[in-house]
Design a binder for this molecule. Sequence first.
Ligand SMILES: O=C(O)CCC(=O)C(=O)O
Length: 267
Amino acid sequence: MNLDAEKIAAMVERDGIAVVRDFIPPDLLSRIRARLDELNRREREAGVAFLESEGVNQRVFNLVNKGEVFEQIVQHPVVMKAVGRLLGGDFILSGFSSNTTGPGGEPMVLHSDSGYVPPPHPEYLLSANAIWILDDFTLENGGTEYVPGSHLLRTNPDPARSYTCVPLVAPAGSLAILHGYTWHRTGANISRDSYRRALFAYYVRPFLRVQENHLVSVRKEVWDRASSVLRHLLGGDLYLNSIGFVDGPPPEMRKLAFPRRKRGVLA
Ligand SMILES: O=C(O)CCC(=O)C(=O)O
């Protein structure tokens, strides 16, 4: 598929997922991999690594805070346009993390990225996940699996039932955008020696509580150099002049912040 964000979003709405091959240029792919490998190693050495499946799978959270290359890609213009189309034009970053699966890695529980919202989920979409595929996703190495058509159900999978999952098979350098209601999971890594690295940039409507509290966990120097797009993604802007106050609305917003009657509270 080419880089037409409108077409990507339309495919996500129709199929619950869209895959764009050759999305990540080789030099950018090398930079992302190198930084992720360093983080995986450093977090293990520091004893702070988030490990699963007895240590063969590893996640790194809060990537925006852990490398300029991640600050750059989380605001990729094509992703911004496609996700904007899916999420009603305005959205923020809920979390940006990696998941590296290794041989013996177990599958994740089947879920959707809006599963914490009581079903039925609204007809409009609440979230979308941009998956940056850094190694080939194969049938063996734990590529993401999903249940086709599940995004139309607007509910969560029944943990007592089993469902037919389809593996997302795609070459390194691809980008996948996953509909926030699609049921999916990390696949089992049944390979002998193949690791699967991927990044998950998870965007939500701006009125939702976010997974990573960027206002607390992102360093000042990242905020200081953030573009207006990144600042917005990190939750640095007011939403509809009514969410995101710091000790009330800022002075220039005081007259606008609340719906007012003729002689309202702030009039
Ligand atoms: O690792 C994967 O392929 C999927 C990860 C995932 O679904 C999640 O972190 O919510």
